[in-house]
Design a protein around this ligand. Structure first.
Ligand SMILES: Nc1ncnc2c1ncn2[C@@H]1O[C@H](COP(=O)(O)OP(=O)(O)OP(=O)(O)O)[C@@H](O)[C@H]1O
Ligand SMILES: [Mg+2]
Length: 320
């Protein structure tokens, strides 16, 4: 394993260096966080055979020898193999243990521990506390496992944080959301424009750019009059959020036969009465399209027409 300390990370000119989560972790985590504890130990008089069984039982590759908790030596799996080869597996540990030991302190950072593994090439280190008591054993595998565990924990925390932010944003959006919903009846020319008026009031209160207010008003008015003139009735739903207004016009039929044609300027199937009232220039849908940032029209003879227009909002201050 090779890691860079945060100070060793190359810096880009001017910008702060990017330090990965793993690099921060090896710096923050201590040997005591990763070591196995309490240590499984043996007495100096214990036979190598007994230690071999201990290793097998606990799946350790090194057993510290500690009379009264003080570290005096270490028997490694390599020592056991040599003892088996040379036929002295029943000898006491003290006769063959390594006594010239390199140890780590439990308060060392994992960064330092990794450096010690690299420097000495050992498979394991006994870990001592500040009073020189043996408190654990550590291998490279222990460091990897500890890092993986904490990386997973950090990832989970980051996800939870993101979800909380999203929920807060949604709650904030909902708190600032205004929905205007009103039924629209066929032939009710007198009511035309009422929904648009209520919407404009909210947009004015929010100091939305007058040009954007005008565009929203055109969409709401034209969509409403289309329901009055051409449909069997429906409703308008205006949803005002801090960043956008969505105008939906839903009716129960008879649907638009040819949307492409209906979108052309001057195309109209309006009858005599609406024309006498000043409608029927065939400009409604083209105007809606021009004024929307996003427009979607779903229509069929069975399900009627559903128009959805979205307009992004900016305050007059933002526009200036
Ligand atoms: N909700 C609807 N249901 C059925 N047909 C519709 C609907 N909306 C529009 N149409 C059809 O599309 C045509 C074009 O609509 P558009 O709004 O552009 O013009 P118009 O309503 O006829 O006239 P203007 O809007 O200028 O008063 C309409 O004449 C009508 O045939
Ligand atoms: Mg129209």
């Amino acid at each position: 394993m090779s890691v860079q300390s945060p100070e060793q990370v190359p810096r880009t000119t001017g910008a702060a260096a990017k330090v990965s989560v793993a690099q921060v972790l090896v710096y923050e985590l201590r040997v005591r966080d990763a070591m196995s504890k309490p240590p499984i130990t043996a007495a100096p008089t214990d036979s190598l055979r007994k230690i071999q069984h201990l290793m097998k039982q606990h799946k350790f590759s090194g057993v510290p020898i500690t009379p009264n908790g003080n570290l005096v030596g270490l028997i490694s799996i390599e020592d056991i193999i040599t003892a088996l080869d040379h036929g002295y597996i029943n000898d006491p540990a003290e006769k063959h243990m390594t006594t010239n030991l390199v140890t780590l302190r439990d308060h060392y950072s994992l960064l330092r521990a990794v450096a010690e593994f690299d420097r000495h090439g050992f498979g394991r280190f006994p870990v001592l506390d500040t009073s020189d008591r043996l408190v654990g054993m550590i291998t490279r595998g222990d460091i990897t496992t500890c890092l993986m565990h904490h990386l997973e924990k950090r990832a989970e925390e980051a996800l939870a944080h993101e979800a909380a932010l999203l929920a807060a944003r949604q709650a904030d959006e909902e708190a600032h959301r205004v929905v205007i919903r009103a039924p629209v009846r066929t032939g009710d020319y007198d009511s035309a424009g009422k929904i648009s008026q209520r919407m404009r009031q909210v947009l004015r209160e929010r100091a939305i750019d007058p040009e954007i207010r005008r565009r929203a008003a055109v969409v709401a008015y034209e969509a409403e009059t289309n329901i009055i003139i051409h449909s069997l009735g429906g409703e308008i739903i205006v949803t005002i959020d801090p960043d956008k207004v969505v105008i939906e016009a839903v009716d129960v039929g008879p649907g638009i036969e040819n949307v492409e044609q209906a979108m052309q300027e001057g195309w109209s199937t309006a009858g005599r009465l609406p024309r006498e009232l000043g409608f029927g220039a065939g400009m409604g849908l083209p105007n809606i399209k021009r004024c929307s940032d996003h427009l979607d029209i779903q229509t069929s003879s069975e399900h009627g027409t559903r128009l959805r227009s979205e307009i992004r909002l900016r305050t007059a201050k933002e526009t200036a």
